[in-house]
Design a binder for this molecule. Structure first.
Ligand SMILES: [Zn+2]
Length: 73
């Protein structure tokens, strides 16, 4: 007879890449618009991409506030 351990597996969020601290999963709206120098620093050029927004998730460190592991849907 086997006893199944459900929910025993730890599923902690990833560790901070900078300080090793615990990170919290965060989600939010990323609103963006092209920079005046979109392709080369110091050269003003009209970007082909337009402004827009998308939903992103990521991890933020409890200790140092480092943002990592961003993804967009
Ligand atoms: Zn950190």
């Amino acid at each position: 007879m086997t006893v199944e351990k459900i929910g025993q597996e730890s599923s902690d969020t990833q560790r901070c890449e900078k300080c090793g601290g615990r990170t919290a999963l965060v989600t939010g709206m990323f609103i963006y618009e092209p920079d005046a120098e979109p392709y080369k620093s110091g050269v003003e050029e009209e970007a082909k991409v337009k402004s827009g927004e998308c939903w992103v998730g990521g991890y933020i460190c409890d200790n140092c506030g480092n943002v990592q592991g961003l993804w967009s849907e």
